[in-house]
Structures are given as structure tokens and as C-alpha cells.
Design a protein. Structure first.
Length: 270
């Protein structure tokens, strides 16, 4: 595995006309990231992973500070997976002078995480835009765990780039909790609560698959989840999985959740 700390150097040395798959991450790698890397290895000749904790997508300084970091372990994992290139760029190279640190969202996209984390997706889109302007992989891989992110990135890429977006299913642990780098910050009791919530919503989803009129029960579910000690829902909504509107039927809906487990903010969709 070749490690690049500069995008410029990577650009000079890697032939992006070849079949290259790109997996952008913020590190603290887990099996969710690994599934994206394995998907890339299946369809691409070479796989490139980036680890970049993008400051412009954190709307709270404390969140950026506490975000898990474990570069040594990450490199070990990536070497074992036989990843070809690892990019660990510096903030000052990604956001050179005059580069926009934000890409504006349309009003209709300011829902769910975009509403509650103002500036977050604007920062995510800016960094993906910047990466794709500099390097032109054939494929880029994203997880459905961050479904709204995937939705917005697909729209951005469709408009501006030839890179194809590959979406990969959410990987869960044996207790049904979606894997996330932030899970390291949970203790076993916190994890039990997250597991209860995930199981509850997976079973609600199953019910809705057959009887969509039960969607009205969501208010009771919000109440029940909020009654758990130290759990606070930010939003729990059912939306159309194709355009994220509130018009859906039993064939095209998804349940979207963001909540705090103590101070840790977690998201999931079902
Ligand atoms: P992150 O490092 O959290 O920015 O995530 C990097 C990529 O991994 C994003 O495309 C995420 O959607 C994806 N990812 C994170 N967790 C999971 C998961 N549990 N299952 C599938 N993909 C995931």
C-alpha cells in the first residue's frame, strides 16, 4: 500500500484513467468501512481509501475534538485488506486559498440532519467536490448508513462529475446497532439502549411493509424512545427513500432517525 500525504503527489503518480475505486472515510475504521472497501476491490482494479477528518463538516468544535482517531490501527487494517493507495491529506492542502469551504444546499434539502446540523452537509459536499475535482476515480463508494449524505452526494456528482456512485448497505453488529466510529464512545449500557432502539425500529419497519397505515404509530414510538433514560430523539421521520419527500407508500419508504445517547449523536435508517 502506498501512503500519500499530498493530493498533488498522488495525482502525479496514480493513473486515474485506470479503473480506480475511491472510498472516502474519516478513519477509526470498522466493518462498515471494510464492506465499502471490499465492494471496491470486487469491481475496481485498484482501490484508494482516504482518511480525512473534514473540519468544515463539524458544526460543533467539541464534536471535532472528540471524534475518534486511530491512524496506526487503520493503516494495519488497510494493509491487511491489500488496499492500493491511502490518502491522508492535510487540511491546508484540501482547502487551499480561495477554495469554497461550503457548498450551499437548496431550501428543500434542509431537512433532517441538514436542518439540525446546519453547515454539516455543506462541508461534506465541499470536500467531496474538492476531492473529485483533483482526482477522478471511476467509482466512489458510500454507505447507506448515511443515507441523506448519499442522496445529496449523488445529486452533486450527477451534475458535475463522470465518477459513478456505488451505494453499499448498512452493516450492523450482532445486536442490530449500525456500526459507526462513534460507537467507541458508548459503554455497554449505552449500547444496550441503542440495540433496543434499532430492534424496535426494524420491527416497526417490518410492520409498515405490510400495513403502511400503521405509520401513525410513530408518535407513540417517539414517546417510548424518549422515555429511555439519557436518550433524546432529534428526529424520527418516515420519508420517501427516492427523493426524501414526505409522500411515500409501502414500497418506497424509509424510517430516518437521529438521537442522542447521552452526549453521543447517532443516526440510522431502516
Ligand atoms: P465515515 O468515516 O463515518 O465518514 O464513513 C465513511 C463511509 O463509510 C461513508 O460512506 C459511510 O456511509 C460509510 N459507513 C459508515 N458506517 C457504515 C456502516 N455501518 N455500514 C455501511 N457503511 C458505513
Amino acid at each position: 500500500m502506498i501512503i500519500y500525504k499530498s493530493i498533488n503527489k498522488l495525482k502525479k503518480e496514480v493513473n486515474f484513467k485506470a479503473n480506480i475505486g475511491f472510498v472516502p472515510t474519516m478513519g477509526a475504521l470498522h466493518k462498515g468501512h471494510i464492506s465499502l472497501i471490499k465492494s471496491s476491490k470486487k469491481i475496481c482494479k485498484k482501490t484508494m481509501v482516504s482518511i480525512f477528518i473534514n473540519p468544515s463538516q463539524f458544526n460543533k468544535k467539541s464534536d471535532l475534538k472528540s471524534y475518534p482517531r486511530n491512524l496506526k490501527k487503520d493503516i494495519k487494517i488497510l494493509k491487511k485488506l491489500k488496499v492500493d493507495y491511502l490518502l491522508i491529506p492535510e487540511v491546508k492542502e484540501v482547502y487551499k486559498k480561495k477554495i469554497k469551504k461550503k457548498i450551499n444546499l437548496k431550501m428543500k434539502d434542509k431537512i433532517m440532519c441538514a436542518k439540525y446540523r446546519p453547515g454539516h452537509f455543506e462541508g461534506v459536499l465541499a470536500v467531496i467536490n474538492q476531492f473529485l475535482k483533483l482526482i477522478k476515480p471511476k467509482y466512489i463508494f458510500f454507505g447507506e448508513k448515511d443515507y441523506q449524505q448519499l442522496h445529496l452526494i449523488k445529486k452533486l456528482i450527477r451534475k458535475k462529475f463522470i465518477t459513478k456512485v456505488v451505494s453499499c448497505p448498512t452493516i450492523r453488529d450482532k445486536n442490530k446497532v449500525a456500526l459507526s466510529s462513534r460507537n467507541i464512545l458508548l459503554n455497554s449500557n449505552d449500547k444496550k439502549k441503542s440495540s433496543f432502539i434499532a430492534k424496535l425500529l426494524l420491527s416497526f419497519k417490518n410492520k409498515l411493509n405490510n400495513e403502511i397505515h400503521l405509520k401513525k404509530n410513530i408518535n407513540k414510538i417517539i414517546f417510548d424512545i424518549n422515555s429511555i433514560k439519557n436518550i433524546n430523539i432529534e428526529y424520527l421521520e418516515i420519508r420517501n427513500k427516492n427523493n426524501l419527500s414526505k409522500i411515500f407508500d409501502k414500497k418506497n419508504f424509509k424510517i430516518f432517525l437521529a438521537y442522542y445517547n447521552k452526549k453521543i449523536r447517532l443516526i440510522d435508517n431502516y
